[in-house]
Design a protein around this ligand. Structure first.
Ligand SMILES: Cc1cc2nc3c(=O)[nH]c(=O)nc-3n(C[C@H](O)[C@H](O)[C@H](O)COP(=O)(O)OP(=O)(O)OC[C@H]3O[C@@H](n4cnc5c(N)ncnc54)[C@H](O)[C@@H]3O)c2cc1C
Length: 433
């Protein structure tokens, strides 16, 4: 089941690689992170090639809900307490600049970009909302407390940020990628000292950026410990109300809402990939109860990488790997985060000072409670004695009856019923018999 964006956008097609090419920077992955980084590098005069194993934007990017906002759940109060106000201010500033850059670029790109207010609500914790509003105000951001009365249920309160935005991400990226050197159906299989070996040829490069969503190199960086994937479901409705804003529950398993033209997207009912969740059944029930006159026009699902501290990993892949970089762990906020990544990685590569290097550094401390949870999931699922197993590190796969797929609860790789790889970090199909 394909998203509304993928159904309705004519993405440009690119050739597959069948020779050896040479470039300054190889970007692995043609989602929003890879494409924006390619765009920024090219603008800075750096040669780059993007290798995409499938078609561009057919991963998480093609299935996003594309709200462009600095409100990333209830994060700022926590961030100030954990890392201090200066750190939180830098995180906020990086994302505000990303939003401004979208606004600037969209002036000349037909991508249904529109300003919209963003809300993060809580069903039951008014104090949490008040604390977040206060934290944002401390950082100089004019957040407001709101009752989010356009939602079809009562909330304890919501943080409101005015002047955020939403758009059609694939119309935007179709334009942005036009002049980039991209190879589709070109999977990077192996890295070599001078670049990478792909299924159809080689790419020689001085520097490499991994923008593959979940990084596939396990030898460095410990991303298999630092991240898990969270899957969510979306239904697009016609004959549903205009909510005049973008809404998300601050709780990870809650709902999200945005309008697109005369449609309403309702998302949520998700869980850690591989775990039981309500999925489309729960969403359909919610819609039936709250929008009884609405009609479904599309449904889709996708997943994103969640980090230990809700902050993306952008920068040098690991301490021991110079000239090797990563952009991942967007915690379902990949629109602003990938713009942050594109600018940050470009600055690192051209040697320009960037204030956000340490905020997003992939080598920051991993001593967070989520680490124990990730390790426990891995141990339990490695010891679970059922077949089939995930080829990534050998965890027991779980059947997802709503999507007829086999999903890995450790790192989120997914396979169809015939074993075809649907989502990484696994890099190969699974033999089912
Ligand atoms: C339900 C849902 C709703 C969301 N809504 C929002 C939202 O409203 N606002 C927001 O800011 N964010 C949102 N997000 C998050 C956002 O969509 C993602 O963070 C973002 O799209 C990730 O982009 P990416 O480029 O990192 O990954 P992808 O789009 O998955 O791109 C990675 C690409 O790498 C390619 N690849 C993988 N391995 C290889 C290889 N070995 N060789 C070559 N290519 C390879 C893949 O084929 C893929 O095309 C949402 C996420 C979910 C799950």
């Amino acid at each position: 089941m394909s998203s509304l964006w993928l159904e309705n956008t004519n993405l440009p097609k690119f050739p597959s690689l069948d020779k050896t090419v040479k470039t300054d920077v190889l970007i692995i992955g043609g989602g929003i992170a890879g494409i924006l980084t390619g765009y920024m590098l090219k603008k800075a005069g750096v040669g780059c090639v993007i290798a995409e194993s499938d078609r561009i934007c057919h991963g998480t990017t093609g299935n996003t809900t594309a709200k462009i906002t600095v409100l990333h759940g209830f994060i700022y109060d926590k961030m100030i307490k954990r890392f201090g106000a200066e750190y939180a201010r830098l995180y906020l500033k990086a994302n505000m600049e990303a939003l401004s850059e979208y606004r600037r670029m969209s002036e000349s790109i037909d991508c249904d970009f529109e300003s919209s207010d963003a809300y993060v609500y809580s069903l039951d914790d008014k104090e949490k909302v008040q604390r977040e509003v206060k934290a944002l105000k401390t950082l100089g951001f004019p957040a407001k407390f709101d009752n989010a009365e356009k939602l079809p249920f009562k909330v304890a309160g919501a943080v409101k940020a005015e002047g955020q935005a939403q758009f059609n991400p694939l119309k935007f990226l179709s334009h942005v990628c036009r002049d980039l050197e991209i190879y589709e159906s070109t999977r990077v299989m192996e890295l070599t000292p001078d670049g990478a070996v792909c299924n159809g040829g080689r790419i020689k490069a001085d520097k490499i950026i991994v923008a593959t969503h979940f990084p596939f190199i396990n030898k460095h960086g410990s991303y298999f410990l630092k991240m898990y994937q969270h899957r969510s479901y979306v239904i697009a409705l016609e004959n549903a109300p205009d909510l005049d804003g973008m809404y998300v529950d601050g709780c990870k398993t809650g709902m999200s809402f945005r309008n697109y033209r005369d449609l309403l997207f309702v998302g949520g009912a998700g869980q850690r990939t591989g775990k039981k969740c309500g999925g489309w059944e729960e969403l359909s029930e919610f819609i039936h109860k709250n929008y009884p006159d609405a009609r479904e026009v599309a449904r889709w699902a996708t997943q994103d990488c969640m980090t230990l501290d809700s902050i993306p990993y952008i920068g040098q892949y690991s301490k021991r790997t110079p000239n090797f970089y990563v952009a991942t762990g967007f915690n379902k906020w990949g629109m602003t985060s990938s713009m942050v990544a594109a600018k940050l990685l470009t600055d690192i590569i051209i040697g320009k000072k960037n204030d956000y290097v340490s905020v997003f550094s992939p080598s920051r401390s991993i001593m967070r409670p989520q680490l124990a949870s990730n390790a426990a999931h891995a141990i339990i699922n490695l010891l679970t004695p059922t077949a089939p197993r995930c080829p990534h590190v050998g965890c027991a796969l779980k059947y997802n009856k709503q999507e007829h797929s086999w999903d890995c609860p450790c790192h989120g790789s997914r396979f169809d019923e015939d074993g075809k790889l649907l989502d990484n970090p696994a890099t190969e199909d699974k033999k089912m018999k």
